[in-house]
Design a protein around this ligand. Structure first.
Ligand code: IMP
Ligand code: MG
Length: 180
């Protein structure tokens, strides 16, 4: 049933695993001698977060946050809704934000601005996917696994209406699924 909802597999399980290991090495080099606070942006990043952190050799602490943006396009500036905040103090600490996908960039832009007010030493953003064609906010991931075209994708943590997060690959969802 669900298999019929997928237009095609964009990133196979093997391709994702190989790329995640490479990006983990890049992050190990970036954090040499340091140990950042890694923030998982729920829920979409949870699969990437657990694979990435286990592939990294850098010791990290784990925090979880749930954020979303709203008001974008209907107001002059969007607002950040924080459903769950981190528990630790990030002042003077290195922060690694782990995100599933950067689309318009509004969520990441506002989250980064909000975290900056807490005076961390550094904020670095790693995103599994980057959809640069749709960017409206002035933000780029510092590290990214894959740049993708403007397609709606699901799997490996990403959902459509809370479905498909558990798929081990990233697939393009058939338009007929979300046009109905
Ligand atoms: P942004 O604020 O427009 O960058 O929104 C980013 C959020 O929108 C992501 O964290 C995802 O939750 C969601 N999103 C954007 N594109 C997709 C997609 O292709 N599939 C699933 N979720 C997406
Ligand atoms: Mg998200």
């Amino acid at each position: 049933m669900r298999k019929g909802d997928i237009e095609r597999v964009l990133l196979s399980k093997g391709k994702i695993q190989a790329r995640v290991k490479k990006v983990a090495k890049e992050l190990d080099a970036y954090y040499a001698g340091k140990s950042p606070i890694a923030i998982c942006i729920l829920k979409g990043s949870v699969v990437f977060f657990s694979d990435l952190l286990r592939a990294m050799k850098t010791p990290v602490s784990m925090e979880f946050m749930k954020v979303s943006s709203y008001g974008v396009g209907t107001q002059s500036s969007g607002k950040l809704s924080v459903g769950l905040d981190i528990l630790s103090n990030i002042e003077g600490k290195d922060v690694l934000i782990v995100e599933d996908i950067i689309d318009s960039g509004n969520t990441m832009y506002m989250l980064k601005e909000m975290l900056k007010t807490r005076n961390p030493a550094d904020i670095c953003i790693v995103s599994l996917l980057d959809k640069p064609a749709r960017r409206t906010a002035d933000i780029q991931p510092d590290f990214t696994c894959f740049k993708i075209e403007d397609e709606f994708v699901i799997g490996y943590g990403l959902d459509y209406a809370e479905d498909y997060r558990d798929l081990p690959y990233v697939g393009i969802l058939k338009r007929s699924v979300y046009k109905n």
